[in-house]
Design a protein around this ligand. Structure first.
Ligand code: TXA
Ligand code: MG
Length: 314
């Protein structure tokens, strides 16, 4: 079992000793190790059972650290970082040699992000190395948004879980890269593309190419519960599966006695915050099948639909 606590010094000691620590962020919990120490980083892949071709995000305390780990950072990136960091946005930038190839799976770019969580920012500021951290779940399963979620699944693999409460945003960061004068979105996430568009640059979506080595985290089946999940028109699916014991995950309406409603008031931020925790609850419950409602394809609804589609793709 892991120790769960909010002791930054203890977390720091484990990390300095090359051990894993689960860390809270505003998006989901991460499974962290010293990004510059390959012996420590390899433990992340082992604990998650994650293939080595799936690169890791590197977490830094502030944007001034970007120039330590990346080079040729385009002006748009600096502009966006100034506006959205700390926050749920990850930047793909040309890596410097100090970043081990293991982190980037041999790719020429490194993913950098400044997480918006008080405890983790304090921890990062107290360390003289950045933290590599994928979501703290076994590969392919739903991401954790509480310390207990991490304990439930990786408790025997991580010595310390830094408990920072339940993650505010609830879905992973938006991942962007840059082309000439345009922003390329590789993963939909906690920062809505509507917000990126406000900068006046072209925003291109490249989120559905599961064979693109640039975004292996975009594998078609990901974020998956163990139970079958169907996404679409709830009424129609309920009629089709009337012989089964079904649980519904809805946006704001209540369909059956066993509906979990993500936001009764219809607030997409609240829905994203609850998404993974509710999916876990339904996965642990006694229904044979989960039926999820599709969200409007705007703002965080896009990231929620993306996660539900991948959860359904089995
Ligand atoms: O919100 C988040 O981003 C969370 C928290 C813990 O920060 N982290 C997270 O990490 O979601 P993970 O490993 O579950 O997803 C990271 C994805 C990879 O699967 C890959 O698609 C992309 O980021 N990525 C990371 N490094 C990359 C690189 N060098 N080039 C291309 N894609 C990269
Ligand atoms: Mg993940």
């Amino acid at each position: 079992m892991s120790i769960i606590g909010s002791d930054i010094i203890k977390a720091k000691q484990f990390l300095q000793a090359g051990e894993l620590v689960a860390i809270p962020t505003e998006t989901v919990y991460g499974l962290a190790a010293n990004a510059l120490d390959t012996d420590a980083v390899i433990k992340i892949f082992e604990a998650k059972n994650r293939p080595l071709f799936d690169p890791l995000i590197v977490h830094v305390p502030d944007i001034s650290a970007f120039e330590r780990y990346a080079t040729d950072t385009p002006a748009i990136a600096i502009e966006l970082a100034g506006k959205f960091c700390p926050g749920p946005l990850t930047f793909l930038l040309n890596k410097k040699d100090i970043i081990p190839d293991l982190i980037t799976s041999g790719l020429p770019q490194v993913a950098l992000r400044v997480p918006d969580h008080n405890l983790t920012l304090q921890l990062l500021n107290s360390l003289d190395f950045p933290l590599a951290a994928p979501s703290a779940n076994p590969f392919g399963y739903i991401s954790p948004t509480t310390a207990q979620h991490v304990q439930d699944q990786l408790g025997d693999k991580v010595p310390y879980i830094l408990d920072g409460g339940s993650c505010e945003v609830g879905v992973e960061s938006t991942i962007i890269g840059f082309g000439d004068d345009k922003i390329i979105v590789y993963r939909l996430g906690g920062l809505a593309i509507e917000e990126l568009k406000e900068f006046g640059y072209e925003v291109e979506l490249r989120v559905n190419q599961s064979s693109d080595p640039k975004a292996p985290g975009q594998l078609k089946t990901h974020y998956a519960p163990r139970k079958p999940l169907l996404l679409g028109d709830v009424e129609g699916l309920l009629a089709l599966y009337s012989d089964k014991k079904v649980a519904v995950l809805s946006f704001s309406k209540s369909y059956t006695g066993s509906t979990k409603c993500l936001s009764p008031s219809g607030d997409m931020k609240e829905a994203a915050h609850n998404l993974f925790a509710y999916l876990r609850e339904l996965d642990a419950g006694d229904a044979q099948l989960i039926i999820a409602e599709k969200f409007p394809d705007t703002f965080l609804g896009r990231a929620i639909n993306d996660r539900l589609q991948r959860a359904a793709a089995r």
